[in-house]
Ligand binder design. Structure first.
Ligand code: PLP
Length: 417
């Protein structure tokens, strides 16, 4: 496995030119670093600046009139993102809206779908979920008067295993589902990189009368999602990881069509959730917009959305099918290379089965993890370290190359000899 071989794979890659749309971080001498951290913050598309300038210019030129007379009238700005975003997550356009930030949206969706009763009040999630999700679920339980220690169930892998088995999740729901109000899992685990089977988990939850939702922070723009067909009640994700919208970028939500115009679903409401046609009549009565849009509270953060648009245009151009095909090749290539230099210093904990992972590979360090991470950083790799012992490496198909992966593996081998 030579550098020439990696370069040949890049030549054969139909998406190789997408890389030119992004700005890569450099070291002090201006050399490009090897960026493998799209799982944490995606790179900046070159067009972000231009799209932001359009809005800055319209703001300067029109002031408040930009809401209706700008090049991209701000009144409807969120709607410019809907179709592309719906494609990324496999939803119908009215099932998706871009708004707020991820944890905020998780709470808003729990307001709608966590409706505990005296016999059915539990929340089922995975053990080792992202801390924000743990805090959100605990505080939701407390808000409704329950003790999270009792109400929030964290399902752990079997003794001696590092990732969950779908059949174990199904069996748990089958046995205890009558007590569970909401099943809420991370679609791809931030730590292990495991992708769950959303369809089977949704079916298991619905069979027992639970609402089912997913946090897709690490799944959106990474794996192929079919939210409409898989059928969860709700989902939310951020756009600054695989979707490159920039730090603090705006989040997306999905509410399944079956709840689209259901006025019995409780919701925290605001004026942007009001039907657009009559929103500015400023009437006392709230008339809900169709579908997910009814969950909007505030007017659109146009600058954040302009930034996201630059990346969504690239997703439209590449398409999730092609991105996912490349992603599987990139990770398989990386795992093959790593297999060639067994080391006592680490093991891969992400499932080998491509169906059970996206582009993130989690390397569990067996000792001195922080030191290994520092060595990789010194050698020009940007990746991240998550306590207690995992280094996350994410070759993202939009802008990473086989050559990036090859260089990374060379450096990893050198650092772990
Ligand atoms: C990244 C991430 C978050 C971050 O939440 P914000 O509200 O965007 O700060 C939350 N949950 C999961 C699962 C994540 O991966």
């Amino acid at each position: 496995m030579t550098l020439e071989h990696a370069q040949k794979l890049d030549q054969q890659d139909p998406l190789s030119a997408m890389r030119d749309n992004f700005l890569f971080p450099t070291d002090e001498e201006g050399n490009e670093l090897i960026y493998l951290c799209g799982n944490s913050l995606g790179l900046q598309p070159k067009r972000v600046r231009e799209l932001l300038h359009v809005e800055l210019d319209d703001w300067a030129k029109f002031g408040v009139e930009g809401h209706f007379h700008g090049k991209n009238p701000w009144f409807d700005y969120h709607s410019f993102l809907t179709e592309s975003m719906a494609k990324v997550v496999g939803a119908q356009p009215h099932e998706v809206v871009v708004m707020n930030a991820l944890t905020v949206n998780l709470h808003l969706l729990m307001v709608s779908f966590y409706r505990p009763t005296s016999t059915r009040y539990k929340i089922l999630m995975e053990a080792g979920a992202f801390p924000s999700d743990q805090y959100a679920m605990d505080s939701q339980a407390r808000f409704h008067g329950y003790d999270p220690k009792d109400a929030v169930i964290e399902l752990a892998p079997r003794e001696g295993e590092l990732t969950l088995r779908t059949e174990d999740i199904e069996a748990y729901i089958e046995e205890h589902g009558d007590e569970i109000a909401v099943v809420m899992f991370g679609g791809v685990n931030y730590y292990t990189g495991q992708a769950l089977d959303l369809k089977r988990i949704t079916a298991a939850g619905h069979k027992k009368g639970c609402f089912v939702g997913f946090d897709l922070a690490h799944a959106a723009g990474n794996i192929q999602l079919k939210l409409h067909d898989d059928g969860p009640d709700f989902a939310t994700w951020c756009s600054y990881k695989y979707m490159n919208s920039g730090p603090g970028g705006v989040s997306g939500i999905f509410v399944h069509d079956r709840h689209a115009d259901d006025t019995s679903v409780p919701r925290f409401e605001g004026w942007w959730g009001h039907k657009a046609e009559t929103r500015f009549e400023m009437n006392r009565e709230f008339v809900q917009a169709h579908g997910a849009q009814a969950w909007q509270l505030s007017n659109a953060p146009v600058m954040l959305m302009a930034s996201l648009r630059a990346s969504l245009d690239l997703f439209d151009e590449a398409g999730m099918d092609a991105l996912r095909a490349k992603s599987v090749k990139l990770t398989e290539y990386m795992l093959d290379l790593i297999d060639n230099f067994p080391s006592e210093r680490f093991e891969i904990i992400t499932p080998r089965d491509p169906e059970q992972r996206g582009c993130q590979i989690s390397i569990r360090t067996l000792f001195d993890g922080r030191e290994l991470f520092d060595d990789l950083t010194k050698a020009g790799i940007i990746c991240d370290f998550r306590r207690p012992d995992v280094i996350r490496i994410a070759p993202t198909p939009l802008y990473n190359s086989f050559e990036d992966v090859w260089h990374f593996c060379q450096i990893l081998e050198k650092c772990t000899k």
